[in-house]
Design a protein around this ligand. Sequence first.
Ligand code: 3PG
Length: 213
Amino acid sequence: MNTEPYLKQRLICVAVIDKVDDAVPLAEALLAGGLNNIEVTFRTDSAAAAIALIRKHVPQMAVGAGTLLHGDQVKQAVDAGAQFGVSPGLSEAVSIAAQKNWLPLFPGVVTPSEIMRALELGWKDLKFFPAETFGGVNALKALAGPFGHTGVKFVPTGGITVATLPNYLAIPQVAAVGGSWMADRKLVADKNWAKITALTAEAMKVISAAQAK
Ligand code: 3PG
């Protein structure tokens, strides 16, 4: 399953959408800042409807479903139009459901054993969560030792900011970074679309500078 389109921009915006009416303006605000990638988390009842609305009204946006904790959420996400899935941990039920529904999945890992199990289950693009709490850049560099040759790629998420973004992007095994800082729950609830666009544009500028190195 091809995850490449969702990693190309090297940033995934992790969003918690409380009100379904905020979904489309949020996606448009991210797009205006140059990002075409959003992970809508299944932490609110609005998640599936938000995914469907963004797919319908903002077709340039790639839309993932995040916080997939149960296998049945995978089907719900796919039915809503999710193009990729993200889980905070490594669940066999979620993994099986994703494979059954042809949903590219970023399962969550932090330990070598979890990485080995994820590889056994057929996943190579792994969310490293919660990144900052579990050793951040240093942990990822250490994990690149035994896993660098396996083709495993990480999407560190959790506690990352625009200031720490370049440190993560400099690690060859880091495919992309996930974070909510450009569109945190309060900014969305406040409908502060201009600020979300500005923070997204700032992040995209940092990414361009990191790519140029
Ligand atoms: C996630 O689920 O990936 C995290 O909530 C995102 O982490 P952050 O809010 O610290 O960026």
